[in-house]
Ligand binder design. Structure first.
Ligand SMILES: Nc1ncnc2c1ncn2[C@@H]1O[C@H](COP(=O)(O)OP(=O)(O)O)[C@@H](O)[C@H]1O
Ligand SMILES: [Mg+2]
Length: 238
């Protein structure tokens, strides 16, 4: 059976440094996978490699989305195939509004404004911020909410969310968690949520929790694994 996302033995290096050392991960529709691990273990690099960000060089492995190897595709083709990346640090893109970026992504223009406005209302983003150039002048929390607006309009099959909870106040965290949880229920979105905080799982109920150390997943379990990490840290995995 073909899985939604299947990462097999993925290895990548930056320069001469091996950052990913054999990542295995399978995500099915409607599953929420939390990936937790120490700083510098390669979590963001995994997200970037899957999305095709230039920099890391893939040295081994595969990453299949519904059976198609993402690694053979250009970044925009990966997005069109249904992959979404929510960046840890959303970048400012002066001169390009969120609206224009989404229109270029193929969302029908006649429906786009209404879709963006209803998504913004759902996730608690001020509607006037949608007219700004992409992420320009947005606070950390506003930029993260803006990522969720884009996700809702694009309706990807898989969302990789890199510390979507960082910079969010407690109300924003609830809004973002509820919106994502609805996306999972509504269209079977599969989520890979990279996070440092178990409390994200209070608002985004993970079906699977993974410990990511030194470039690979070293242990997988259910929500109780996140509770254990919160209590004991990563010492026993290093
Ligand atoms: N472009 C780069 N050049 C050099 N080193 C990098 C680059 N990107 C990431 N690294 C290194 O790769 C390691 C993993 O980084 P990262 O994937 O950001 O970790 P995490 O997200 O788990 O904190 C770190 O040691 C980091 O310094
Ligand atoms: Mg990171």
């Amino acid at each position: 059976m073909t899985s939604l996302l299947e990462v097999q033995g993925l290895c990548a290096r930056v320069g001469t440094k091996e950052i990913l050392r054999g990542v295995d991960l399978v995500v099915e529709p409607g599953e929420i996978h939390a990936v937790m691990g120490p700083n510098g273990s390669g979590k963001s690099t995994l997200a970037h490699v899957l999305a095709g960000r230039p920099g890391p060089e893939v040295t081994a492995g595969r990453a299949l989305l519904n059976g198609t190897d993402l690694l053979d595709l250009a970044p925009y083709e990966r997005a069109r195939a249904g992959l979404f990346l929510g960046l840890q640090h959303p970048i400012e893109v002066p001169g390009v509004t969120t609206h224009a970026a989404l229109a270029r992504a193929g969302v029908p223009r006649d429906r786009l404004t209404a879709m963006m406005q209803s998504s913004a209302a759902e996730v608690g983003l001020r509607v006037d911020l949608l007219d700004r150039p992409l992420n320009v002048g947005l606070s950390g929390g506003e930029a993260k909410r803006n990522e969720i607006v884009q996700l809702q309009v694009l309706r990807p099959k898989v969302a990789i969310l890199d510390e979507i909870d960082s910079g969010l106040d407690v109300d924003a965290l609830v809004d973002v968690g509820a919106t994502l949880t609805r996306a999972v229920a509504t269209w079977g979105l599969g989520v890979v949520a990279i996070t440092h905080f178990r409390r994200l799982l209070d608002v985004l109920p993970a079906t699977n929790v993974h410990v990511f150390v030194d470039g690979r997943i070293v242990e997988s379990g259910d929500k109780t694994l996140a509770v254990r990490l919160e209590r004991d840290g990563y010492m026993s995995f290093l």
